[in-house]
Design a protein around this ligand. Structure first.
Ligand code: SAM
Ligand code: MD0
Ligand code: SF4
Length: 360
């Protein structure tokens, strides 16, 4: 295809008309560097979001209840060999207290996340967690997401039976070589297959990518194809943030434009899916640009006083209350967006569950 055919306006109108973009077109968009073309892409992403969701935005509470982990991912602050990171495992009562606060503050979903904490894995203490989830359900009633890493399938089944709606697990990249350099000693296929298992069981699933971790635009394009095959219901990207005490400590973060272009291209490719603007990368100050690129979920809302941490920004804006529903309201107003109702979110989930295809 000649460069003349790779024209921003015609690619956008193809996407708007639900025509599948070619790899060449996706890569062209990911490589955009002229401001006026980038603005055209972001505007299209916002219009596609409006066509599918109106002005409504969903908000997720984040509960990182255990920061212990048996894995040693090179990019992660909580990798097992890092001696600098703070470790905690919150008790049942503490988790419930946080869940209640988040629920009252007006989030639509609770994301329960942990490192692959040996306490749960080695001694089969998953029962504790299942009991906690059952109690959260009683006191909160909100939809739940679990991000527990690669757990045994029977455990996933039990989460499902308790009514957990989402299984989140991020591959980070779908370039197997790069994956093996990031997620050390973690089987690529086992991780991907568990997502398919979860999807076919009836969970909604979230797939995620890291930006600025050594991936090429071809890798990103391939990842989008895998997300499509997985029929992922929520698709995310977060820029890599270097972490103290890790092998990538001195590898700088790349400019945010890559993440923003990825958000906008995902909106074109997955018009009716959920795409997070995470507060866990640049805190509150990074929210508007992510919403302007077409995101429609705000994630990583964390109560200020519970001693809970974020992942890629373990403390940024938390104690100051910036990562709260109150904190994000001025940004939403500035963007002309509104917080959806709980029933809007629940309807979206129910609808999406009805559409879920079986993946191979
Ligand atoms: N331990 C579980 C796992 O890894 O699946 C659940 C934890 S989830 C909070 C961890 C996610 O945070 C990773 O999959 C990665 O996408 C993101 N993350 C971790 N460290 C990061 C960093 N330094 N910069 C950006 N994102 C990071
Ligand atoms: C977030 N800090 O949404 C959370 C986390 C895990 N499911 C999500 C990376 O940004
Ligand atoms: Fe553990 Fe998850 Fe961090 Fe990897 S990304 S070290 S699995 S907490």
């Amino acid at each position: 295809m000649s460069d003349e055919k790779l024209n921003i306006t015609s690619i956008i109108s193809k996407a708007v008309n639900y025509s599948r973009l070619t790899e060449e077109e996706i890569i062209y968009l990911l490589n955009l560097d002229e401001q006026n073309k980038i603005e055209e892409l972001f505007l299209a992403a916002r219009e596609i979001r409006t066509a599918n969701f109106g002005q409504l935005i969903f908000i997720y509470g984040f509960i990182y209840f255990s920061t212990y982990c048996r894995n040693n991912c090179t990019f992660c602050f909580y990798r097992s060999s890092n001696t600098v990171s703070e470790r905690y495992r919150k008790s049942n009562e503490e988790i419930l207290e946080t869940a209640e606060k988040l629920t009252k503050s007006g989030v639509h979903l609770l994301d329960l996340t942990m490192g692959e904490d040996p306490y749960y894995f080695k001694e089969d203490h998953f029962d504790d967690l299942l009991n906690t989830i059952a109690s959260i359900k009683e006191i909160s009633g909100l939809p739940m997401m679990i991000s527990p890493g690669v757990v045994p399938r029977p455990v996933l089944d039990r989460f499902y039976d308790l009514g957990v709606a989402w299984y989140a697990c991020y591959q980070e990249t779908h370039n197997k070589q790069l994956y093996s350099e990031l997620r050390l000693n973690q089987d690529y296929d086992e991780r991907l297959e568990l997502k398919k298992y979860a999807r076919n069981k009836g969970f909604l699933i979230e797939e995620g990518l890291l930006a600025g971790i050594g991936e090429t635009v071809e890798d990103i394009c391939h990842s989008f194809r895998v997300m499509e095959e997985l029929a992922a219901d929520q698709v995310r990207v977060m820029s890599f943030v270097p972490q103290k005490g890790t092998p990538l400590e001195n590898q700088p973060s790349i400019p945010r434009m890559r993440e923003l272009l990825m958000i906008a291209v995902m909106r074109l490719l997955f018009p009716d899916r959920l795409i997070p603007a995470s507060l866990d990368v640049d805190g509150l100050s990074g929210l508007k640009m992510r919403l302007d690129a077409g995101a429609n979920v705000i994630t990583s809302i964390i109560p200020p006083d519970d001693g809970l941490l974020g992942v890629s920004q373990s403390t940024l804006d938390i104690r100051e209350g910036g990562r709260s529903v109150k904190g994000i309201i001025p940004v939403l107003e500035e963007c002309g967006l509104e917080i959806a109702s709980n029933s809007d979110y629940e309807k979206w989930i129910e609808n999406r569950k009805l559409q879920a295809p079986i993946v191979k």
